[in-house]
Design a protein around this ligand. Structure first.
Ligand SMILES: NC(=O)c1ccc[n+]([C@@H]2O[C@H](COP(=O)([O-])OP(=O)(O)OC[C@H]3O[C@@H](n4cnc5c(N)ncnc54)[C@H](O)[C@@H]3O)[C@@H](O)[C@H]2O)c1
Length: 248
């Protein structure tokens, strides 16, 4: 490893932090010395994450939060045991269906979690950042599909493209207040969901990726930690594709 991240004395909130990409982001910040609040709505994932991250028990705070509900986010922000340096908006869901079959409920559920949720969490956390810090970070996990569309994902693509739009707006509005706001656009990333796919479908995905392999959760976490460093303070309003070249 060439970069040794040091986030001691930094406080991080990771939504959807109990599983998949979010769990890896939580783990990597903890390994680098940070205090991390893991926000997730799934009790079983929170329990599993507690075991997984037990080596960092003194610096990890688990909170059951539903990002799709403003009151839940406000309550969790009030209960935070620290002032925030870095917020990672990672929680997300899918309800894939072709446009013809997608119901308004499918559309609204994904918008509510993946777009409104990012607004609610960021809004609730905004007053909980370290006021005097000039290195405050808002990092939101979008997706490559926000950049080029995807069959069966009208709802998801709309939400993830919205996240990129909000990120650019926050970069403009909050830039002078010590914040940067950036998005990460992961490509196909190996999480339990993708691991469970039939071999053929997975192979077809791999063949589309110039790097010749699927992303690992560490690939996304590495980009996230880099954007969170003080050294990344001039990267603002960007969307960083971490996709092995899928959308070049
Ligand atoms: N895996 C991929 O290939 C991929 C690609 C591009 C983008 N992404 C994005 O990365 C993020 C993480 O994806 P993942 O693959 O790790 O998914 P995952 O399903 O493994 O993990 C998502 C986590 O978010 C939590 N969550 C969902 N809704 C929530 C809510 N309302 N409140 C609080 N927590 C909630 C879940 O409980 C879960 O722990 C998502 O935003 C996803 O859209 C994933």
């Amino acid at each position: 490893m060439n970069i040794r991240f040091d986030f001691s004395n930094k406080n991080v909130v990771v939504t959807g932090g109990a599983r998949g990409i979010g769990l890896e982001i939580s783990r990597r910040f903890l390994e680098a010395g940070a205090h991390v609040a893991v926000w997730d709505y799934a009790p079983e994932s929170l329990e599993a994450a507690k075991k997984e991250l037990s080596a960092f028990a003194g610096r990890t705070h688990f909170q059951q939060v539903d990002v799709s509900k403003l009151a839940s986010c406000e309550q969790a922000a009030q209960a935070l045991p620290f002032e925030i340096d870095v917020l990672v908006n990672n929680a997300g869901i899918t309800r894939d269906k072709s446009f013809a079959k997608m119901t308004p409920e499918d559309f609204e559920a994904v918008i509510q979690t993946n777009l409104s949720g990012v607004f609610y969490v960021t809004k609730s956390c905004s007053a909980k950042f370290k006021a005097a810090s000039t290195n405050k970070r808002i990092i939101s996990i979008s997706s490559v599909v926000a950049l080029y569309g995807n069959f069966g994902q009208t709802n998801y693509v709309a939400a993830k493209a919205g996240v990129i739009g909000m990120t650019k707006t926050w970069a403009r509005e909050l830039g002078r207040k010590g914040f940067t706001a950036n998005a990460i656009a992961p490509g196909f990333t190996l999480t339990p969901m993708v691991e469970a796919m039939p071999g053929e479908a997975r192979k077809a995905m791999e063949e589309k990726i110039p790097a010749g392999r699927l992303g690992k959760t560490e690939d996304i976490a590495n980009a996230c930690l880099f954007l969170a460093t003080d050294e990344a303070s001039y990267i603002n309003g960007a969307t960083l594709s971490v996709d092995g070249g899928l959308v070049v």
